[in-house]
Design a protein around this ligand. Structure first.
Ligand SMILES: [Zn+2]
Ligand SMILES: [Zn+2]
Length: 376
């Protein structure tokens, strides 16, 4: 792994994880600034919600105490929700220990691997062989070697996937998709509304660091948002809801976090790949991202551009009554504790998920009027 070098290797536990993560996020910022120095410009003009100058402070827990003006009640339950989002019984964790292939097994044909701040998912039976499996999302910059290594250990030497399915095109889900699509010569499936971010034609709207929640949100203006270009490989998920490389699955449009985000759903065992429609860690907080305590949260706030749509997406996913959910960030959860927390999130979404303030709370970015696509 990119960050498993040098003296940090001898540390373990959440603080070492946080340190490795911080090193990575700093490198993202540095690389972005280097690119802006002359090669390309990943961010264009930003609004008055741009991060304030100076050093961001490091929080120990997500800070939500100042959200008390939102929502009707202000009792102990609401304060608990605001400070921790939706707590989930640790027994709801659905992932196994880290395996020899570098992934966490989540049932017979699903495994996930955490790359710095985000998960990639491997779908297919171990030993499935060349073209016998599917990669879901494509990690962050620098993930390529680790993804290929894990895939070869899990599915067989030289085993390429039959396809890459992207839940959406944020930088932490498409970090190495260009390299992998070229090397593996595979189709890349995504929702048509996400295609402008994947064929080089439009950037995402700027992240909103004023939503609060922690260090990651404050640093979000450093995150790349320019499109990748996999147009030679790009395919549209079909209107009938099927996922061609994954028989038995269907895709569910879950806009809000991004306009073309999809979740993947297998009815037979009620397995949900939820993308970032909801997540199981406070993605805005560096500490929570490192510790990964099981909690249920709305979508990462700094990237979410339409909160009404995001609410409807969570309500739709809660209505599926999933038995297992693998999210883009945080650990997979399962069972009745997952369903209970998900229904609570759907019911209290405006209190626990929607930030008190934020550019897109007031002015959502949408596909219909083009405001979700920033073209040069
Ligand atoms: Zn995202
Ligand atoms: Zn994400």
């Amino acid at each position: 792994m990119l960050w498993q070098v040098g003296p940090l290797k001898s540390f373990s536990g959440p603080w070492a994880s946080w340190a490795r993560w911080s090193t990575w996020i700093a490198s993202v910022g540095c690389r972005r600034r280097w690119r802006q120095s002359g090669v390309t410009t990943e961010r264009r003009g930003h609004g008055p919600w741009h991060a304030e100058g100076g050093q961001p402070d490091l929080e120990l827990r997500p800070r939500r105490q100042d959200w008390s003006t939102k929502g009707p009640a202000r009792g102990p339950l609401q304060r608990r929700l605001m400070s921790q989002q939706i707590p989930v019984d640790p027994d709801a964790r659905a992932d196994g220990p880290l395996g020899s292939d570098g992934t966490h097994e989540v049932g017979g044909d699903l495994a996930y691997q955490r790359h710095a701040i985000v998960n990639v998912i491997y779908y297919g039976r171990p030993g499935a062989g060349d073209r016998g499996w599917v990669l879901i999302d494509a990690g962050v910059m620098g993930s390529k070697a680790a993804i290929i290594k894990a895939a070869e250990k899990r599915f067989g030497t030289g085993a390429r996937p039959s396809a890459i399915v992207l839940t959406h095109g944020h930088f932490d889900h498409v970090g190495v998709v260009e390299d992998l699509a070229r090397e593996w010569q595979v189709p890349v499936w995504a929702h048509p509304l996400e295609h402008p971010y994947l064929n080089g034609s439009a950037a995402y709207p700027p992240p909103d660091p004023t939503v609060g929640g922690g260090l990651v949100a404050r640093l979000s203006p450093l995150f790349p948002r320019a499109p990748v270009d996999v147009s030679d490989h790009l395919k549209s998920l079909p209107e009938d809801g099927s996922v061609p490389p994954m028989p038995g699955w269907r895709w569910i449009h879950t806009p809000g976090h991004s306009v073309g985000q999809v979740a993947l759903w297998r009815e037979a065992d009620r397995t949900l790949i939820a993308a970032d429609a909801f997540v199981t860690t406070a993605q805005e907080s560096a500490y929570a991202v490192a510790v990964q305590e099981p909690e249920l949260h709305g979508p990462p706030m700094y990237f979410t551009v339409d909160w009404d749509a995001a609410r409807r997406s969570v309500q739709a996913l809660a209505g599926l009554e999933p038995e297992l959910a693998i999210t883009g960030h945080g650990r997979p959860l399962h069972g009745s504790a997952l369903r209970k927390a998900l229904h609570t999130l759907a019911r209290d979404f405006d209190i626990v998920a929607v930030p008190k303030q934020g550019h897109y709370v007031e002015e959502p970015a949408k596909a219909e009027d083009g405001s979700a696509y920033r073209r040069s």
